[in-house]
Design a protein around this ligand. Structure first.
Ligand code: CS2
Length: 485
């Protein structure tokens, strides 16, 4: 186990916090303490805390759900005083290890509701950051509106002081701030969404309006929602991978993580309650964040789920194994070159071809052993976010569609869950009834599932026919033989 007193006795190959952990104050409340957050925002804040006069920027993490996983995490972080180790691995396998000290505590909201609310309403709190997944913003892709009809949202609207959702918590925190005459804070999304700040605004204001229009108006004035592009590949960690990491680092850590050595964070400078000097620790402020986000999502995340879907159907486990198949790499390269880049504007000075190349090289890093299962999971939400714009441009602009039809067919085959072992992939956005449709052998039924809602209005009977045909081709053949040119 890793604890503050033990930091002194760690091997000297491990970088430990140079600041005094006891001096750190909490100004950031983070919802969704997953591996990506721990390798990204918490990593940047760890560097911030090491700067002079920056010890106010500690983080308290919040988990919203009970269950075996979150409860273990809560127990582990309590035992380790929030500390954990991060291994950063380069494509040549070389690794650097550091202990991250910025996470100063972890609260499991259902068990510590008032504590979470007191952090949210504390005068010291300046930023609420979020990694709540692409589907977590509860937005209807067809209308672009916050879904009030969700059972947990309904619960929170009826019981605003005893919330369950992130919207309920944050808005109750803001209500208390307003009542106490305090100012608001910044809500900073770190999820892969096009315009994640604007989507957060729609979600939180949408919830607040349904609860109390006066409070919603106050929030519009007192809360800022910067857009931000985030990027760092962070695999899941199995028990055995954790044991290997600990053996290599010489740290007995209950919650070790690994990430690639690449990291990027481009943000809008819109922090209503102040911010740490992130530009001093490698983040960039830009007024072109939307362009960065679009490029990242439409190239990196969009191609990631295509590689992962093909890999899954081939029965592979790790993404670098898929990149090693030249036919697959060629196919996805063609898709990006012909179907994505012609309708995508990159940020000033960024060569999108080189950007794509770098991304494919990052995916090929065997030292990461990044799981296909992780990337292919939650395909319904991810497809809506990562593919909508490309699909809309192709369908509206009457551009060539044959590769995109194949991709739609591929996604439905993945949802059908027919990998060699017949193992299901996690699909949290679908109900039991929808999952049955997804798993059926019918070639057309699942076309109606929400996965294609981002371009539902552009779907035609002919397109459905073509998707069904492509599905049949994938099923009846080795997928490598039917990848379109
Ligand atoms: C992946 C991302 O889950 C996914 O779909 O594409 O987690 C990806 O690894 C990160 O966005 C990289 O920044």
């Amino acid at each position: 186990m890793l604890t503050i007193p033990l930091l002194k006795s760690l091997p000297n190959t491990v970088t430990v916090p140079s600041y005094n952990l006891k001096d750190v104050k909490i100004s950031i409340v983070h919802f969704g303490v997953g591996n990506f957050f721990r390798a990204h925002l918490a990593y940047y804040m760890d560097k911030i805390l090491a700067l002079p006069e920056c010890q106010e920027w500690g983080i308290i993490g919040v988990g919203l759900r009970r269950g075996k996983g979150p409860e273990k995490k809560a127990k582990d972080f309590k035992a380790q005083q929030g500390l954990y180790s991060l291994t950063e691995t380069a494509p040549n396998g070389e690794s650097k290890r550091r202990i991250i000290g910025s996470l100063r505590g972890y609260l499991l909201a259902p068990l510590e509701q008032e504590k979470v609310l007191s952090y949210l309403s504390s005068a010291q709190t300046k930023i609420i950051s979020l990694t709540i997944t692409e589907g977590g913003y509860n937005i209807d892709e067809k209308t672009g509106e916050f879904i009030l009809d969700d059972p947990d949202v309904k619960h929170d609207l009826a019981n605003p002081t005893k919330p369950k959702t992130v919207f309920g918590y944050v808005v109750e925190g803001l209500r208390r701030r307003k009542e106490a005459g305090l100012k608001g804070f910044t809500i900073l999304s770190c999820d892969n969404l096009r315009q994640n700040g604007s989507v957060s605004r729609t979600a939180f204001i949408g919830y607040a309006k349904a609860l109390d229009p006066d409070l919603a108006a106050w929030i519009e004035e007192n809360v800022s929602f910067p857009n931000a592009m985030v990027d760092r590949i962070t695999p899941s960690i199995s028990k055995s991978a954790a044991a290997v990491l600990n053996k290599k680092s010489g740290v007995q850590d209950l919650e070790p993580i690994v990430a690639e050595d690449f990291t990027q964070w481009v943000l809008e400078d819109k922090f209503i309650a102040g911010r740490p000097p992130l530009e001093k620790v490698g983040a960039e402020f830009s007024d072109e964040v939307g362009t960065y986000e679009h490029a990242k999502i439409r190239i990196l995340n969009a191609s990631h789920i295509v590689f992962a879907s093909i890999g899954w159907l081939l029965g592979l486990k790790h993404i670098d194994e898929v990149l090693a198949i030249s036919k697959v790499r060629e196919f996805v390269d063609n898709v990006i070159e012909n179907d994505v880049l012609p309708t995508l504007k990159g940020p000033k000075g960024v060569d999108l071809q080189a950007y794509k190349q770098l991304i494919f090289d990052r995916f090929s890093n065997p030292a990461m052993a990044d799981q296909i299962r992780r990337i292919a999971g939650d395909l319904t939400s991810k497809t809506q976010v990562f593919w909508t714009e490309t699909m809309r441009q192709a369908l509206e602009g009457k551009r060539d569609q044959h590769r995109l039809i194949f991709i739609m067919a591929l996604f439905l085959e993945l949802l059908r869950n027919n990998n060699k072992e017949g193992e299901p992939i996690s699909e949290p956005a679908l109900s039991k009834e929808q999952l049955e449709i997804a798993h059926s052998d019918d070639l057309k039924a699942s076309i109606e599932l929400p996965i294609f809602d981002g371009w539902r209005d552009l779907m035609t009977p002919q397109l459905s026919e073509d998707i069904a045909k492509a599905r049949k081709q994938i099923r009846d053949n080795n997928i490598l033989e039917v990848l379109p040119h």
